[in-house]
Design a protein around this ligand. Sequence first.
Ligand code: ADP
Ligand code: MG
Length: 265
Amino acid sequence: MGKILAVTNQKGGVGKTTSCVNLSASLVATRRRVLLIDLDPQGNATMGSGVNKHDLEWSSYHVLTGRSAIDDVIVHSEDAGYDILPTNSDLTAAEVELMNLKGKETRLRDALKRIQDRYDFIMIDCPPSLNMLTLNALVAAEGVIIPMQCEYYALEGLTALMETITGVRQTLNPRLHIEGLLRTMYDPRISLTNEVSRQLISHFGDQVYRTVIPRNVRLAEAPSHGKPVLAYDKNSRGAIAYLALAGEMIRRHDIKFKTQREAVS
Ligand code: ADP
Ligand code: MG
């Protein structure tokens, strides 16, 4: 069964989409089967995967509102190497429409049930708010990846997110856990970055990925070519960092899986 991970942080511009796209492409490079779900009406992950959001007949909006079957909407991205459930601004309407639909928080989870076993990882790119779309992602997911910049207000924003995750765990999705906190656009020459990074590790310990994503211009350029950085400049520091992150994630899974098996036997 594919592991479903939501990439989320209600703060905009922290590297959610960049991480979702490039981590997905890096997982493909390690021969994992990956589906990326774009749940942000801005459609940046869609465009960044080489799918034109303006040409879409169907999108994640149609899946969430029950207008299309998920199979009819998923497309394959050649450049990225993964499948994608694309989106565009149509999805803005889903926020309001979902309020009047049955099972409004479980729509994504229900849609994924049928296709989950076709993938090793299903990565969800969330919008920059804790709205009904993000809630659908948190209910469908097993783990949450939280990208963040090590700046002054970074930790403050995390409190609201942690409360939301705890709330979802207590009600709709008991298995939800923090998969990892990811330090993005990292510049160790800035002393505040180091200070916030230290605080983050003292609060969250092992939940913070050891891999850090450096500020790298190739990561910012790649989306305008409709490609993950691996397909744009595979030798860049950004590409190498996301490959390392995929490796760290997979190692963590293997260790966890082994520990669980040993506990059973
Ligand atoms: P979010 O999805 O959280 O809003 P994005 O992934 O879109 O954030 O990133 C915000 C902006 O920062 C984008 O222009 C993106 O290209 C750029 N960016 C993200 N990560 C990096 C990085 N590591 N180095 C340089 N630019 C980055
Ligand atoms: Mg985004």
